[in-house]
Design a protein around this ligand. Structure first.
Ligand SMILES: [Zn+2]
Length: 470
């Protein structure tokens, strides 16, 4: 009985902490909306990749786990387009993401199924193009915008085999184990976030390395190759001279250096792109952005991105091997002049420096090789010391104001220190906010980085609101 009570108390605490987390998320959503409304330029500052090569939907962006959000369901349906690429091959283009469909004699083969709110639109789209059952679903990787839409097909009575690499399930479980953190990281509503894999359309069949399927008269070769994620795969369909290139190709410098998310595998990614070219396809279907048609185009563009990734990887390793300290390596890498003006090298989402940091992470531990940073004083202590040395907060803030128009990157360092040392000082919070907004307005910043700067402005605003509320 005592144990039961303890369990009840624990459950209640857990339950109320979830409620609090949801409430905190609502408050943050409201603060974020206010920041965007007060600073209309921010939409452009964070929207450089638009819909990742597809239509964009803000309603979908934050509700990718939801099967019920009416605005997200409506956008997924209304913004979807169906592209036919020869006999029995389609690319279904939803906001943010695509689904590839192949009609075989035995039934449909889908590569990916988009996010949860796309489920009903996906079902409607495939019913409009074919009356065959869904025979097989292949997940290219565990990201939620690639697999969650399958729920609507299963609910409608389809009984496909669902295939992924053997690593996918572990990746999904990691997301669930870190659900509060991950939902914040990806700006997803915690209330939508699954608590176990039982709530998700998980694979029914997995493989290691390579799997060849004969379905109807077609052959599908699934090839595991870590890239954007460790569990990622690509698909070659030699009977259609087609490759499904998943997230290995993006119509801008690839998302291979995401500072927020799990490890990317740059060299393996580059190799996978070259293997796709070696398959000599006439059609390449990406999960983001438009299809690539014709071998010369595919070879040029996939080969180009393979070279970009390989170059950054090679340069980073050469720098590490030469003894350049890790914290200085990223600043030494760059693409050669022949990539100038190439839209596939555009730094809309990541920079070569971001990708370099990811490479370094593949080869080494967390220490940045600055001696004092192995066991550092807290950032707050460092900030207080620096401000005192500078002659006090007032002088320090004046310097930030000066640097704001002459060296915005340095102004941001100083703004961080001022904020760390004085998180409850109204003037500091206002100045820090002004400095970060100025950086967002006056410089061109890749999307992922810009989003994080906006999130910091939202944090500053919430701290200001906290000071001013009774
Ligand atoms: Zn993706």
């Amino acid at each position: 009985m005592k144990l039961l009570n303890a369990c009840l108390v624990a459950t209640t605490i857990l339950h109320s902490s979830v409620l609090l987390a949801n409430e905190a998320q609502d408050e943050r959503t409201a603060a974020r909306a206010a920041v965007y409304q007060e600073n209309p330029f921010l939409r452009k500052a964070v929207g450089r990749v638009q819909g990742f090569g597809n239509a964009m939907s803000i309603a979908v962006a934050n509700r990718m786990y939801s099967r019920t959000d009416t605005a997200a369901l409506a956008d997924a349906k209304n913004l979807a387009t169906i592209e036919k690429h020869g006999d029995g091959v389609w690319l279904l283009r939803f906001p943010w993401v695509n689904v590839a469909v192949f009609e075989t004699r035995e039934g449909l083969v889908l590569v990916d199924t988009a996010y949860a709110p796309a489920g009903p639109a996906l079902l409607a789209a495939i019913r409009s193009i074919s009356d065959k059952p869904v025979h097989t679903i292949i997940y290219t990787h565990h990201h939620i915008d690639h697999m969650l839409g399958a729920w609507a097909l299963l609910e409608a009575g389809e009984k496909p085999q669902i295939i992924a690499t053997a690593l996918l399930e572990d990746e999904v479980k990691r997301d669930i184990r870190s659900r509060e953190f991950t939902s914040r990281l990806n700006n997803q509503r915690l209330v939508d976030f699954p608590k176990s894999t039982a709530e998700l359309p998980m694979p029914t069949r997995t493989f290691h390395d390579r799997l060849e399927l004969a379905i109807g008269d077609d052959r599908f070769i699934l090839q595991h190759a870590p890239g954007e994620t460790v569990d990622q795969l690509w698909v070659s369909v030699p009977t259609r001279k087609t490759v499904v290139i998943a997230d290995y190709f993006q119509p801008f410098l690839p998302n291979a250096g995401n500072g927020k998310r799990r490890q990317r595998y740059v060299e393996s990614w580059s190799k996978a792109l070259r293997a796709m070219v070696d398959a000599e396809p006439e059609l390449a279907l990406p999960m983001h952005g438009p299809a690539l048609v014709g071998y010369p185009e595919i070879s040029k563009r996939l080969g180009g991105q393979a070279r970009m990734l390989q170059t950054i990887s090679d340069q980073s390793l050469a720098a590490l091997n030469s003894g350049i300290r890790k914290y200085d390596v990223a600043a030494t890498v760059g693409l050669s002049k022949d990539f100038d003006g190439n839209p596939d090298a555009a730094e809309l989402y990541s920079t070569p420096a971001d990708i370099s940091r990811t490479v370094i992470q593949e080869y080494s531990g967390w220490w940045n090789e600055l001696p004092s940073e192995w066991s550092p004083a807290s950032r707050q202590q460092q900030a207080r010391e620096i401000i005192e040395l500078a002659g006090g907060l007032e002088k320090f803030m004046q310097r930030i104001e000066t640097l704001r128009s002459t060296d915005i990157v340095m102004a941001c360092h100083l703004a961080d220190w001022a904020w760390l040392a004085n998180p409850s000082n109204e003037d500091v919070l206002r100045l820090a906010s002004r400095v970060w907004l100025h950086r967002l307005e006056s410089t061109v910043i890749p999307t992922q980085e810009a989003v994080e700067y906006v999130e910091h402005v939202v944090t500053l605003r919430q701290q200001l609101d906290g000071l001013n509320s009774p």
